[in-house]
Design a protein around this ligand. Sequence first.
Ligand code: IPE
Ligand code: IPE
Ligand code: MG
Length: 249
Amino acid sequence: MTAKQTLLQELPTDLERGRLPKHVAVIMDGNGRWAKRQGLPRIMGHRRGVDALKDLLRCCRDWGVGALTAYAFSTENWGRPLEEVEFLMTLFERVLRQELREMMQEDVRINFVGNLGALPRSLQTEIDRAVTATQQNQGIQFTVATNYGGRQEILQACRAIASQVQAGQLEPDQIDESIFERHLYTAGICDPDLLIRTSGEMRLSNFLLWQMAYAELYITDTLWPDFDRTQFHQALVAYQQRDRRFGKL
Ligand code: IPE
Ligand code: IPE
Ligand code: MG
């Protein structure tokens, strides 16, 4: 943590505690460009990206944001060069192993969303271990989207519901939003109030398509490894200035 960040451990006085987002989602984009600008290989950007995520998680906990969901790897990211994909999988595994103790100390409850069964076996083992170990923690709900695709998530929910209908356990008329949501990977987690995307890209990239229906969008040109508490503070100030109407007047 930098000196400036240490100063920001308490909720800044210009933010209203009662109007903080309950759930922040983040598309951590721009690691590769960050590395390129420093003349480093792309993987160094991913390494630094982990530090930025750790600090954001701590900051959310310090400031009382109850849930953070981070997009770590999309179903489309398999299309990257094999070396980069392999590096990322190994990085996720190592970080999970190294950070478990700290997550326990900081009362973090971690869970994962995505098609986890297609991840390397050794990563699945670390995921299971971390999810099980932290499941009683209550400081913050931390969700990592890994091999996640919003369309795939919706499709697998449809398949599961169709099977129930076929088995005679459910009538088509009974399918409503709450039944549908129970079949999403995010069952039990409230929808994000605020989506932050770094590196200036104005798109969702297949992230939480259903859940984001009424999220406030905040896009910053800052590249992910440079996203710190000061930047998060700015995002929250912008969020608190929004008028969330949900279609009403
Ligand atoms: C985001 O950074 C991290 C992942 C997608 C895993 P990128 O790797 O997309 O970085 P840019 O967008 O190429 O700069
Ligand atoms: C979105 O970033 C996925 C993650 C941050 C994990 P990408 O870099 O993959 O998105 P696109 O390709 O710019 O849409
Ligand atoms: Mg990118």
